[in-house]
Design a protein around this ligand. Structure first.
Ligand code: C5P
Length: 230
């Protein structure tokens, strides 16, 4: 049977947070953001490894206590200049111990509020799929395309549009080949898979699985976490 491994790219600087500290280390309900992310992933016993990929320059990881996940955690210091490079470097290091058919769930370090039921659904549904899949949310708002002066150029029909989230779950060998072929500027794994002519399955999640990107997101994440497992 194929294993399930989480790969958590955590080598970003988080410039949109306007903070000198990378966003995965910002405090959220008394813990670094990434500690909540690891807790959410490890709540499902099927996820057998948590692979965190840090920047080689990371100065902060060692100053926190990660013993809660010691038996499942593997820390790599091979992050790259882009998210895609970080993921590709992580997959390369994982190749030493995982097989091409193992499932890899790539999950942003900065998504600390992953609901357990959505993770379980992804594991159930994507593992039955020939390609794999990702969590995503149907677009709720009306979408506008802007021109260079921030005036509405067009209204984009939202029917059939989804916002991609993470985890994004694909087989190790397929994902590694797809990212190698796609180049460094892919903003998610599914895009690289799509470029290979494959069609990832969309598994519905909701807005609780937000990516902490702007300063105000931390307050929201804090409130979501308080009620996540109600
Ligand atoms: O910046 P963004 O919000 O797109 O980052 C998403 C995730 O990718 C974060 O967990 C961030 O740490 C990670 N990342 C990375 N290596 C980079 C850039 C981003 O691991 N060079």
């Amino acid at each position: 049977m194929s294993g399930f491994h989480a790969l958590i790219p955590a080598a970003g600087s988080g410039s949109r947070m306007r903070s000198a500290r990378p966003k995965q280390y910002l405090e959220l309900n008394g813990l670094p953001v990434i500690a909540h992310t690891l807790a959410a992933l490890s709540r499902d016993a099927r996820v057998d490894r948590l692979v965190v990929v840090l920047s080689p320059d990371d100065m902060e990881w060692d100053s926190h206590d990660w013993s809660a996940w010691q038996d499942r955690l593997l820390v790599l210091r091979c992050g790259g200049a882009t998210r895609a490079e970080t993921v590709l470097n992580g997959l390369g290091a994982m190749a030493e111990w995982c097989v091409a058919d193992d499932w890899v769930l790539v999950h942003d370090a900065a998504r600390p509020c992953l609901p357990g039921d959505a993770l379980a659904r992804l594991l159930d549904e994507a593992a039955q799929d020939a390609v794999g899949g990702l969590l995503a949310v149907p677009v709720a708002d009306t979408l506008k395309r802007a021109d260079a002066e921030f005036r509405v150029e067009a209204t984009v029909p939202r029917t059939g549009l989804w916002q991609a989230q993470t985890p994004q779950m694909f087989r190790h060998g397929v994902l590694r080949d797809a990212l190698r072929a796609a180049g460094a500027d892919m903003t998610d794994e599914a895009s690289a898979i799509e470029q290979r002519g494959l069609r990832p399955r969309l598994v519905e999640c909701d807005s609780r699985n937000l990516k902490v990107t702007y300063p105000q997101d931390l307050r929201l994440a804090s409130l979501i976490l308080e009620h996540l497992n109600d």
